[in-house]
Design a protein around this ligand. Structure first.
Ligand SMILES: NC(=O)c1ccc[n+]([C@@H]2O[C@H](COP(=O)([O-])OP(=O)(O)OC[C@H]3O[C@@H](n4cnc5c(N)ncnc54)[C@H](OP(=O)(O)O)[C@@H]3O)[C@@H](O)[C@H]2O)c1
Length: 326
């Protein structure tokens, strides 16, 4: 099979496309014929050796995929050969085939195409878990989303609206904010030109935001915690800016606020039934037209490096997808 391989940690330019042996499905795995692979920020970190886990060399990056089941291990019962499925792979999806544990595979909704399915699980799964289980976001509350045109950010905007919140989208350019607006954001803040803290205060009549969704970290976190409402919840989702911020905890005390960690991958493993219920709700919203996943760019397998660079160079909006089978 053809696979994009990482043979040593380094930038996307060091990835190579090669012919390599297909993996085999173990007893608890399925073998997936990959059609499309979703690109996520962790993929850009894994190839550089900067992520929580480091796969053995050589490996293919690509943490999620959609395709057709090619083989099923004897302990997997919920899907069969020929089914169209979406899968969380951790790595390995920038290849024509990947073996995936059965518990990380879901049948695709019948009204979804491969590109959308490949772009769905990580972002919507993360943002649903963050806003539902971690923030307990209520209808009528104000939700501030940082990095609001990115993968997880844009999903948070849509889910926030579906849950009945007033959504303030914050991003680094007018073009990115237009994407968040089209996804339903009520208010917009361009933090490349305006003070995040001042604008949140202005838009909330001085109250601050009830829930803050932060996949960016760094300086934006420092400003965001100062614009949180009484009883607010700040969701720590990621650090796309590259800096893990530190918190003077008196700020949490003064607002009666909570800083809440979000680790969707761990949640999905530890609470599979809750995760499944989240996805049932997400698929229902998708069918009702409340969620409209944005795949803004697709790249052929041999251009996977460019797909990764779109994210690491802060150029992507919504989701970028690698089309493994055109
Ligand atoms: N906790 C979890 O369970 C979980 C799950 C999935 C992802 N994540 C994390 O969430 C974060 C976002 O992931 P994603 O896949 O949504 O990424 P993405 O699509 O690239 O979005 C990241 C956003 O961060 C902003 N940003 C600010 N500084 C940046 C920089 N130096 N480089 C790149 N982007 C920058 C960008 O928006 P502006 O230009 O508008 O600022 C961009 O839209 C990552 O840190 C990822 O590891 C966490």
């Amino acid at each position: 099979m053809k696979a994009v391989l990482c043979k040593a940690f380094g930038p996307a330019e060091t990835l190579v496309l090669e012919e390599t042996a297909s993996p085999e499905a173990k007893k608890n795995e399925i073998l997936l014929d990959v059609h499309s692979a979703g690109v996520n920020f962790p993929d850009t970190l894994i190839i550089e050796g900067k992520y929580q886990f480091k796969p053995p060399f050589p490996f293919s990056p690509g943490g999620e995929a959609a395709g057709v089941v090619a083989a099923v291990g004897e302990k997997v019962g919920h899907v069969k050969v020929g089914d169209r499925v979406m899968a969380l792979t951790g790595w390995g999806s920038f290849a024509e085939q990947v073996a995936v544990p059965g518990y990380n595979v879901l049948p695709m909704p019948t009204d979804m195409d491969f590109d959308t399915a490949a772009a769905f699980s990580m972002t919507y799964g993360t943002s649903m878990h963050a806003l539902k289980q971690r923030a307990d976001l209520k209808a009528g509350e104000t939700l501030l989303v940082l990095g609001a045109s990115g993968g997880v950010g844009l999903a948070a905007v849509e889910i926030g609206k579906a849950l009945g919140a007033r959504v303030i989208a914050a991003a680094s350019s007018a073009e990115k904010l237009a994407v968040a607006k089209a996804a339903g954001a009520d208010e917009l803040i361009d933090y490349s030109t305006d003070s995040l803290k001042d604008e949140v205060k202005r838009l909330t009549g001085g109250q601050g935001a009830d829930v803050i969704y932060d996949p960016v970290g760094g300086d934006l976190f420092d400003q965001a915690i100062r614009s949180i409402a009484w009883n607010g919840r700040l969701l720590v989702v990621g650090f796309a800016s590259g800096r893990i911020p530190e918190l003077p905890v008196n700020l949490a005390l003064l607002k009666g606020a909570a800083v809440v960690g979000v680790f969707w991958g761990s949640f999905a493993q530890r609470q599979p039934q809750d995760n499944l219920a989240n996805f049932q709700q997400l698929f229902a919203w998708y069918s009702e037209g409340k969620l409209k996943p944005l795949v803004s760019q697709t790249f052929a397998l041999e251009r996977s490096g460019e797909a990764l660079n779109a994210l690491s160079q802060r150029k992507a909006v919504g989701k970028v997808v690698v089309k493994v089978r055109p």
